[in-house]
Design a protein around this ligand. Structure first.
Ligand code: PMP
Length: 393
């Protein structure tokens, strides 16, 4: 361990005190397995058959701007947002992407082409989603470049910029607004609303921003379908985003779009009939609430880390004052100078992601709470064995 030694509940000073197994629990990625038990109960309702002769063409509808988007998918997306009330979709363009990962890149392209003399600065308030810097600079584009923390840019940065606003924010779960003070035409915004769904957060208003991205991965848990969508105000921006997708992948899997439409339809039908045994968002929210309650108990008991506190807010979807239950635990070591990722890895064989990947100190670590029940239980069990972390004294 980098900065100190670890003491387990049984008092042994050792690197992995009471780990019952040698298996590392990988909670670094946010693979959404928590949703699986819900969907296994819905097996028949969501099943669909695609014959060998169906969905073969590249084209869905050449008369529309996003010509590779299946009409059923577009309808299902609009319906889902109307049912949940988390985004304005009337008079907005929808663009489908291979995950919201592709749409992030499409949005950067749309907002910066044709390029000026200097690449446009891309910023997001720290702690920011760790993929933004990586995706922004991966191809060393001359259109845009990663410029780090939006708070710093607000103080010292100059020139044209794009601010990515992730709300609720991955990794720390906070509801956010843009932090760079409005600089007129110089600034553009991308709102990444991957987690703006009622299982994670109160829906405080229907979001209505220029470019909003959503993902099937975190809304319903179907990350493997690689489906995301953007809700876009401006026609030219939507056209350029579609062009980017045409250039990079010549469209988006129709099989996946149809499956997404089916599953979103099943969720919405549940709310129409109110007959469904268990409504989707309520079910997942209950699971998340339970996980957070248990997690807070363990964290409070062992006194090594702290968790953010979130205010209750009125949720338009549920009609109640509710607490956020983010998909990640953002753990902060109580002592400075602690490398929390190393502590978790070295002491209890839990792999999280260090704060430095999110633009902040190593005393923070992000741990996914979206695993299946067994892995989550293991995580809590192991976490409860850490008693103290000292700086080598
Ligand atoms: N934005 C945020 C904030 C995310 O957490 C993720 C997934 N980890 C994504 C975007 C990308 O999601 P996908 O490509 O699966 O749609």
């Amino acid at each position: 361990i980098n900065k100190g030694s670890l003491t387990s509940a049984n008092g042994n000073r050792t690197r992995s005190p009471t780990c019952s197994s040698d298996r590392v629990l990988n909670l670094e990625q946010g693979d959404p397995s928590v949703f699986q038990s819900y969907w296994s109960k819905m097996e028949d309702k969501c099943a669909m058959v695609i014959s060998g002769s169906q969905l073969m063409s590249y084209i869905s509808d050449f008369t529309t701007l996003c010509w590779f988007m299946e009409p059923e998918f577009q309808e299902a997306v609009r319906r889902l947002h109307r049912v949940v009330g988390n985004a304005v979709v009337d008079d907005r363009y929808i663009v489908v992407g291979t995950g919201s990962t592709q749409l992030y890149q499409a949005a950067l392209y749309a907002l910066t082409s044709p390029g000026g003399p200097e690449p446009v600065s891309v910023v997001s308030a720290a702690p920011y989603y760790s993929a933004y810097p990586e995706e922004t600079d991966y191809l060393r584009s001359r259109l845009y470049k990663w410029a780090g923390d939006a708070y710093e840019f607000d103080k010292n940065g100059t020139g044209p910029y794009i601010e990515v606003v992730n709300s609720p924010n991955n990794p720390d779960g906070t509801l956010r607004e843009a932090v760079v003070k409005n600089r007129g035409d110089e600034g553009k915004l991308i709102h990444d609303l991957a987690y703006y769904w009622p299982q994670y957060t109160p829906i405080i208003r229907p979001a209505d921003h220029d470019i909003m991205t959503f993902t099937f991965s975190k809304s319903t848990g179907h990350a493997g379908s690689r489906i995301g969508w953007a809700v876009v105000k401006d026609k030219e921006v939507a056209r350029k985003m579609s062009k980017f997708i045409e250039m990079s992948t010549l469209g988006v899997s129709k099989d996946s779009q149809q499956r997404a439409a089916k599953i979103m339809g099943v969720i919405c039908d549940g709310y129409k009939n109110f007959k469904s045994d268990e409504l989707f968002f309520e079910h997942i929210r209950r699971v998340m609430a339970e996980r957070w309650e248990r997690l807070r108990q363990v964290v409070e008991r062992n006194q090594v880390f702290s968790l953010p506190k979130y205010p209750k807010q009125y949720c338009l979807f549920s009609g109640e004052l509710i607490e956020p239950y983010p998909g990640f635990a953002w753990l902060e070591a109580k002592e400075e100078e602690i490398d929390s990722q190393k502590v978790l890895r070295g002491c209890i064989k839990v792999q999280g992601r260090t704060g430095s990947r999110f633009g902040v100190a190593q005393k923070y670590v992000r741990v996914s709470l979206l695993s299946n029940e067994e892995v989550f239980n293991q995580f809590l069990e192991r976490l409860s064995t850490i008693k103290s972390v000292s700086n080598g004294h």
